[in-house]
Design a protein around this ligand. Structure first.
Ligand SMILES: [Zn+2]
Length: 410
């Protein structure tokens, strides 16, 4: 039972729904000096240029750390590195607390969106955070009107963390296989060929399962330790139980657009499993990765996780344990409660999707999922919307589906 927790993933946590906001609805316009600074900052990262990057910083610990990071990332094949200040949801975040950190300076702080893409990625992965800028006074002779970047962690006390990356923890080496770009630290890379072989097998399984077109290639990020993984995802969950997960981020500055999915593998835990278990876990995760282009904010967790479990191809060992349920599990039932309960919810969700496939076929599942994920703003509750889509795409009522599911769980 404990082993199955390996299949848990936090893709749903990365997909926080939000109302789409057009670029025109801004609370304020960031200073032109800050905008120019961020343009150069992104370009310096993109071109691996520490000297250009250095020109954007005020002296301090953040500067030192970033100059180390950009050297650590020397081999990372960026196609896009773009950082922009966002004022769709907040204006200048430099509260009195933040201003007091920089006595005698003018201070501005903005939410930022960090869009990165590697050479194999057709879309950007979306990160976010908050950057603080300081200056002594306006300086029209300066490229950034006097502004310099001083911190990305002033909002940490509010649990608003800035995205961090593998290269923030040490130098990064690259490994390639037919369908993957792998990022890991150099000491680990020589041991990863067996991992990429398993990934290739798992992706083949997940691709065979999913009837719609899929991306050709994916990025794999492989932190060395649990602590490093925790630092990257800023997650307080017990990461020791995670084997792998997918994160894509959502670009909310232009509606609700899932970013490029990146697959994180928790190597210490991954190696505990035999090859069959590893392939099953990764084929689950690759289903999440494969289906990101057609997902949406109103897809319930049980649909995502049930579908991914079927893609994984491992038996639903625990589906028939406990009481016979009367309704599909709610999103919170995948993250709260006992380990046994959570594992059972995954397995019962798997049976729900298997029942759909048995009655309607995999093409119908894809049609259902595609439609369910397509809408950004829907009338009524999510359950009402789900029932509509079930009727439209499957010719079932939700009650019929639940009844067939309960039959299979007896
Ligand atoms: Zn999952």
């Amino acid at each position: 039972m404990k082993r199955l927790l390996g299949a848990l993933c936090i893709v749903a946590a990365a997909l926080v729904p939000g109302l789409g906001a057009g670029a025109e609805t801004r609370i304020e316009t960031p200073p032109t000096g800050v905008t120019a600074l961020l343009r150069d900052y992104g370009r310096a990262w993109l071109t691996h240029n520490p000297n250009a990057l250095d020109k954007t910083f005020a002296p301090g610990a953040f500067r030192t750390a970033q100059l180390r990071s950009v050297r650590n990332a020397a081999e990372v094949p960026f196609r896009v590195y773009d950082v922009s200040a966002e004022t769709h949801y907040s204006g200048n975040l430099a509260s009195l607390r933040v201003r007091n950190l920089y006595p005698g300076k003018q201070v501005a702080a903005y939410e930022v969106t960090i869009r990165t893409a590697f050479d194999i990625e057709d879309k950007t992965s979306v990160g976010d955070g908050a950057f603080t800028f300081i200056r002594d006074k306006p300086n029209p002779n300066d490229a950034y009107d006097g502004w310099r970047l001083v911190s990305d962690s002033d909002m940490d006390v509010l649990a608003f963390f800035t995205s961090s990356y593998l290269w923030d923890d040490g130098s990064v080496s690259i490994l390639r296989s037919p369908h993957f770009l792998v990022l890991a630290h150099p000491d680990v890379v020589p041991t990863l060929r067996s991992v990429t072989n398993v990934c290739e097998e798992a992706l083949a399984r997940a691709t065979k399962f999913w009837p719609l077109p899929v991306r050709a290639k994916y990025a794999l990020i492989i932190p060395t330790t649990t602590e490093e993984l925790g630092g990257i995802v800023h997650d307080t969950a017990d990461l020791a139980d995670f084997v792998a997960f997918v994160s894509s981020g959502i670009d909310e500055t232009n509606g609700w657009e899932p970013g490029a999915p990146r697959v994180y593998i928790h190597l210490e835990h991954f190696r505990v499993y035999n090859t069959a278990g590893q392939v099953g876990i990764l084929a689950h995760e690759f289903n999440h990765a494969i289906t990101r282009p057609v997902t949406g904010p109103h897809v319930p967790t049980w649909v995502d996780e049930g579908m991914a479990n079927v893609s994984g191809g491992l038996p639903a060992y625990n589906a028939k344990s406990g009481n016979l349920p009367t309704a599909f599990p709610t999103d919170d039932q995948f993250v709260t409660g006992s380990l046994d309960d959570i594992v059972r919810n995954y397995d019962q969700a798997q049976v729900a999707i298997q029942v759909l496939i048995d009655h309607k076929g995999r093409a119908a599942l894809a049609r259902f999922y595609d439609k369910l994920g397509s809408e950004r703003i829907v009338p009524g509750t999510d359950k009402y919307y789900l029932a509509q889509v079930v009727g439209d795409t499957l010719g079932w009522t939700l009650d019929q589906w639940v009844a067939e599911w309960r039959k299979a769980l007896r």
